[in-house]
Design a protein around this ligand. Structure first.
Ligand code: NDP
Length: 309
């Protein structure tokens, strides 16, 4: 059995920032980096809105710096995933994917969120063969090809703009008659001649012999105007939001109807004393790296207070 005073689960901006603060408070935290060290940011390219980088910063460089900063103050990094937790016992009990067992006096959950899919069986069928939820990971394969992006938020606009730099044509499939994205993102989309927005349109399925060759779409305006048609495309990108990676904890912690961990007021305190939540796993609204980092700092400060008491 291994023991750590503070276990941080997750390695995005929230997890690493919690580790920096906890390390500087001499808590010698252990951090589980999980399947995607650095978190969601590592699948984007440039981050333009993290304060301190006037010209923007490469997302991987930003995360690598956070990681090294956390290590510098004594964080032990493990390349593992937690597979089971028991938050009823003290110290808390956590099992990792390599079978090792850990106990911890306090836990910070910073497991982030994952991309959502529409739930079509065709998404599974063509996964990796034309279906993707990450334009910056897979966009390269669609140079000079025709792709579609689903969604009307900032992510969808960002992905569509990114893909327009590679593909010959990008359709943005939006279920409402307007975009939810911020004005600046909308402008980027509307001013890009390679992007065509298909408002009030939903995807019914995908087709193709060898990977995606097109999408079955339906345009709906009110109740009477409905038109089904097929749109030839080579790639189908999902950008319809994220769901929190909180499944492991839902038997122990209060979550909202979408699975986001509920914390007390403006604090990172969960419904179990000694367990704190930071970053996107507890943030249905903002989902920003800088906010995740801030909440990681708060979680570490709260954990320190808890451990002292
Ligand atoms: P959002 O929740 O903001 O947007 C999701 C979009 O997907 C909405 O347009 C929604 O439609 C649509 N959608 C959801 N479910 C379906 C479905 N089943 N079928 C079709 N469309 C669907 O998520 P984002 O990931 O875009 O953004 C999350 C947060 O991150 C936001 O706060 C955003 O501002 C921020 N962000 C900021 C960036 C930046 O500043 N650079 C970049 C990326 C994200 P509807 O509108 O109809 O609900």
């Amino acid at each position: 059995m291994n023991y750590t005073k503070l276990l941080i689960i997750g390695s995005g901006p929230a997890g690493y920032t919690a580790a920096i603060y906890a390390g500087r408070a001499n808590l010698n935290p252990t951090l589980l980096e999980g399947l995607q060290p650095g978190g969601q940011l590592t699948i984007t390219t440039e981050v333009e809105n993290f304060p301190g980088w006037a010209e923007g910063v490469d997302a991987n460089e930003l995360m690598d710096n956070m990681r090294r900063q956390a290590e510098r103050f004594g964080t032990k990094m493990l390349p593992n995933v937690a597979t089971k937790v028991d938050l009823d016992v003290r110290p808390f009990h956590v099992t990792l994917d390599d079978g090792s067992e850990w106990t911890a006096d306090s836990i910070i959950i910073a497991t982030g969120a994952s991309a959502k899919y529409l739930g079509l069986s065709d998404e599974q069928k063509y996964m990796g063969q034309g279906v993707s939820a990450c334009a910056t990971c897979d966009g390269f394969f669609y140079r000079k090809k025709v792709v579609a992006v689903v969604g009307g938020g900032d992510t969808a606009c960002e992905e569509a703009s990114y893909l327009a730099g590679l593909a010959s044509k990008v359709y943005l499939i939006v279920r409402k008659p307007y975009l939810r994205a911020s004005k600046i993102m909308q402008d980027r989309v509307f001013n890009n001649e390679k992007i065509e927005v298909l408002f009030e349109t939903n995807t019914l399925g995908l087709y193709g012999e060898n990977g995606v060759e097109g999408a079955h779409l339906v345009f709906r305006k009110g109740e009477s105007d409905e038109r089904k048609y097929d749109l030839p495309i080579d790639g189908f990108f999902l950008a319809i939001g994220h769901h929190p990676n909180s499944e492991l904890f839902t038997s122990w912690l209060k979550t909202d109807e979408n699975g986001f961990i509920i914390t007390e007021g403006d604090s990172p305190r969960t419904s179990v004393p000694g367990v704190f939540a930071a970053g996107d796993v507890a943030d249905p609204h903002y989902r920003q790296a800088v906010i995740a980092a801030g909440s990681g700092a708060k979680a570490a400060m709260e954990a320190e207070k808890f451990l002292l008491s």
